[in-house]
Design a protein around this ligand. Structure first.
Ligand code: SAM
Length: 215
């Protein structure tokens, strides 16, 4: 747990993310319930086929939480207290939601090899240091465990690349970095890609499911 919220604000970009999600929190569900629904549903469908203790990093307002099967124990973290407040309201009656707390996904306070499943939906491109976050998600996953990411991964060509270039100038305000190629994750030696799926709308998002190798 991050006891001192000041610890989170290490640099301007972290502050920008916190400020952006403090602004988004009151209206987030209204804008993002539907556009991000398919990715959440796809990721949770994979998680629900597995067993054990699940970490959802960047759980936001908790829109995925009611979708998890009761037999799974779910821990959620997010850097934004404003987003988490909304999440807590949604699941006060769900005993399998073990814990929802403020934490930086780039500096998780959990020990190595702790969770059976780690999932992050639409998070990798909203953090200042995505490589550090992926490293942390991998670290806290048990060997043989599963890491699932849903995200938009940037491309060098095609209409989305034009869109990404256009959005770059608003990234700071929106709390989103539209440039993150999937090759940055596929290069990790301990994460073996098992499933790659395109996710609506318009195949804008991709689900990647990895197994963590033993060594
Ligand atoms: C686009 S939202 C996605 C929320 C949720 N996963 C969903 O499907 O709606 C990104 C979330 O990541 C959180 N976030 C950003 N940086 C983070 C960090 N370093 N550690 C943990 N959460 C972070 C934001 O506060 C926000 O709730």
């Amino acid at each position: 747990m991050v006891d001192n919220p000041g610890q989170i604000v290490r640099k301007l970009d972290d502050a920008a993310v916190l400020a952006a999600y403090a602004r988004w929190a009151p209206v987030y569900d209204m804008f993002f319930r539907i556009p991000l629904y398919w990715g959440r549903r796809a990721a949770v469908r994979h998680v629900n086929e597995l067993d054990g203790h699940v970490l959802e990093a960047g759980v936001g307002t908790g829109m995925s939480l009611p979708l998890y099967k009761d037999r799974l124990k779910i821990t959620g973290i997010d850097i934004s207290e404003e987003m988490l407040k909304k999440a807590r309201k949604k699941v006060s009656h769900r005993p399998n939601i073990d814990d929802l707390q403020v934490m930086d996904a780039g500096r998780l306070s959990y020990p190595d090899n702790h969770f059976d499943v780690v999932v992050a939906m639409y998070v990798i491109t909203v953090v200042p240091d995505p490589d550090k976050v992926v490293q942390e998600l991998e670290r806290v996953t048990k060997p043989g465990g599963t890491v699932i990411l849903v995200n938009h991964f940037s491309t060098d060509t095609g209409p989305w690349s034009v869109f990404e270039q256009g959005l770059k100038k608003f990234g700071h305000r929106l709390g989103w970095n539209p440039e993150f190629p999937r090759s940055r994750i596929l290069g990790r030696t301990r994460l073996q890609l098992e499933i790659e799926e395109s996710v609506p709308p318009l195949r804008l998002f991709t689900l990647l499911k990895f197994r963590k190798r033993s060594s």
